[in-house]
Design a protein around this ligand. Structure first.
Ligand code: NDP
Ligand code: GDR
Length: 375
C-alpha cells in the first residue's frame, strides 16, 4: 500500500494536536508546520516531539509560516504529502477586529498560497487538501439551522478572510480539478482549547476560583448561542472527507445549541454549585445560590473551597463585547452523517466534565506550588 504522508499546518493548535494523534494512530507519517515563537509553543504536542525513551514515532516538525510562500513551496517539495490539512489561522474572532490585515494575510492569502503551491507540484493530482472552514461564515443568520446550502453573511475580519479561503478552495477544485474540501466546522472545544475562547476561559476561571487563585469570571455577551462539540470527534470528520472518491464540502456540528450563560451554569454544576443571576445588561452578575458541600469536598480532598454562598462569581466586562456579534449558530450535519457516516460521540456534558476535571487538576497543582512557596 502507498505510504500515507500528511502535512498539517497549525499543528501546534488544538485541532492540530488531536489530528496528529489520530493520523499517527492510522499509520500516517505526520509532518507539522510550526512557526517561530519567542516562547515554546509545543505544549499540545510535546509528547509527540519527545516520545517515551526507547520508542520512535513518525512525527516531524518544520519551521515555516503561512505568510511566507517560500517556506510552503519548499516544505511541500521536501515532504511530498498525500494529504494536506490547512488548520493554521489567526483563529480568534474578537482579535481579528484588532488585527484585520494580519488575519486576512494568514487566513485568506495564506490558504491561497498553500493551494497554489500544491498546484505547482509535479504530483499535484495525488494530493488531497482539507480547508478549516467555519460556521462563522454564516454570521448574521439567514436560516435557523445552517447547512451546506445556507447563504453566508460573515460578520468579522476573521469570517471575511475565511470566506475568501472557502471560495479559493472551491475555485481550485473547479479550475484545476484539485481534490480540495471545505469542512465547515461549528465550534469545537476540549481540554486543549486556548484559554481565551469562551468555554475554556469559563472552566479555567471556575477551577481557579475554587482554589482561591482568581476572584471573579469576567465575560461579554452571555446570550450568544453556539453549537459546541468535541475537537476529538471533529478531527475524525476532517480525515473522513479526504477518504471519499469525490471532493465536497461538509458541515460538521453537534446539532444542539447552548448559550454562554448555560455553559457557565453547566460548568459550575460540575462542582455542585448553582447560580442566581441578578441585574441586566452590563450590570448583570451571578452569585452562588447553593453549594452541594459533599460534592465539592469530595472533589477538593484536603483543600478547602474558596467559594461561599452569596459570592459574586460572574461579572460583565464590556471589553469582551465585539463590534459585531454572531448571535446564534446551530448546525445541521445531516450530509456528513449520510455521506461520511460521521456522528458526534462526545456529549456536551461529557465535554464540560472533561474540561472541568482537567482545569481543576491544573489549578490544584498551582495551589500546591503557591502553598509550598509561601511556607
Ligand atoms: P488554534 O488557535 O488552537 O490553532 C491555530 C494554529 O495556527 C496554531 O498552531 C498556530 O500556531 C497556527 N498559526 C497561526 N498563525 C500562523 C501563521 N502565520 N503561520 C503558521 N501557523 C500559524 O485553532 P484551532 O485548532 O481551534 O482551529 C484550527 C483551525 O480550524 C483554524 O483555522 C480555525 O480558524 C478553524 N476553526 C476552528 C474551530 C473551532 O471551534 N476550534 C471551528 C471552525 C474552524 P501557534 O501555536 O504558534 O499560535
Ligand atoms: P467564536 O468563539 O467567536 O464562536 O469562534 P469564542 O469562544 O471566542 O466566542 C463564543 C461566543 O462567546 C461570546 N463571549 C465571549 N467570548 C470570548 N472569547 N471571551 C469572553 O469573555 C466572552 N464572553 C462572551 C462571544 O461574544 C461569542 O459570541 C470560535 C473560534 O474557534 C473560531 O476560530 C471558529 O471559526 C468559530 O469558533 C466557529
Amino acid at each position: 500500500m502507498a505510504k500515507k504522508i500528511a502535512l498539517i499546518t497549525g499543528v501546534t493548535g488544538q485541532d492540530g494536536a488531536y489530528l496528529s494523534r489520530f493520523l499517527l494512530g492510522k499509520g500516517y507519517e505526520v509532518h507539522g508546520l510550526r512557526r517561530r515563537a519567542s516562547l515554546p509553543n509545543l505544549d499540545r504536542v510535546h509528547d509527540l516531539v519527545q516520545p517515551p525513551q526507547g520508542t520512535k514515532n513518525n512525527f516531524y516538525l518544520h519551521y515555516g509560516d503561512m505568510s511566507d510562500p517560500l517556506s510552503l513551496v519548499r516544505l511541500l517539495a521536501d515532504i511530498e504529502p498525500t494529504e494536506v490539512y490547512n488548520l493554521a489561522a489567526q483563529s480568534h474572532v474578537h482579535v481579528s477586529f484588532n488585527a484585520p490585515e494580519n488575519t486576512a494575510d494568514v487566513n485568506a492569502i495564506g490558504t491561497l498560497r498553500l493551494l497554489d503551491a500544491i498546484r505547482t507540484l509535479k504530483q499535484a493530482d495525488k494530493v488531497k487538501f482539507y480547508q478549516a472552514s467555519t460556521s462563522e461564515l454564516y454570521g448574521k443568520i439567514q436560516e435557523p439551522r445552517q447547512s451546506e446550502t445556507t447563504p453566508f453573511y460573515p460578520r468579522s475580519p476573521y469570517a471575511t478572510a475565511k470566506l475568501y479561503a472557502y471560495w479559493s478552495v472551491v475555485n481550485y477544485r473547479e479550475s484545476y480539478g484539485m481534490f480540495a474540501c471545505n469542512g465547515i466546522l461549528f465550534n469545537h472545544e476540549s481540554k486543549l482549547r486556548g484559554k481565551t475562547f469562551v468555554t475554556r476561559k469559563i472552566t479555567s476561571a471556575i477551577a481557579r476560583m475554587i482554589y482561591g487563585l482568581q476572584d471573579c469570571l469576567y465575560l461579554g455577551n452571555l446570550d450568544a448561542q453556539r453549537d459546541w462539540g468535541h475537537a476529538k470527534d471533529y478531527v475524525e470528520a476532517q480525515w473522513l472527507m479526504l477518504q471519499k472518491d469525490k471532493p465536497e464540502d461538509y458541515v460538521i456540528a453537534s446539532g444542539s445549541k447552548t448559550s454562554v450563560r448555560q455553559f457557565v451554569e453547566l460548568s459550575f454544576a460540575e462542582l455542585g454549585i448553582t447560580l442566581a443571576w441578578q441585574g441586566s445588561g452590563v450590570d448583570e452578575i451571578a452569585r452562588i445560590d447553593t453549594i452541594d458541600k459533599e460534592k465539592t469536598e469530595t472533589l477538593l480532598g484536603s483543600f478547602i473551597s474558596s467559594l461561599n454562598v452569596g459570592d459574586v462569581v460572574v461579572k460583565i466586562d464590556p471589553f469582551y463585547f465585539r463590534p459585531n456579534e454572531v448571535d446564534v449558530l446551530w448546525g445541521d450535519a445531516s450530509k456528513a452523517e449520510r455521506e461520511l457516516g460521521w456522528k458526534p460521540k462526545v456529549t456536551l456534558n461529557e465535554m464540560v466534565n472533561e474540561m472541568m476535571t482537567h482545569d481543576l487538576s491544573l489549578s490544584r497543582d498551582e495551589a500546591i506550588l503557591n502553598k509550598y512557596s509561601n511556607e
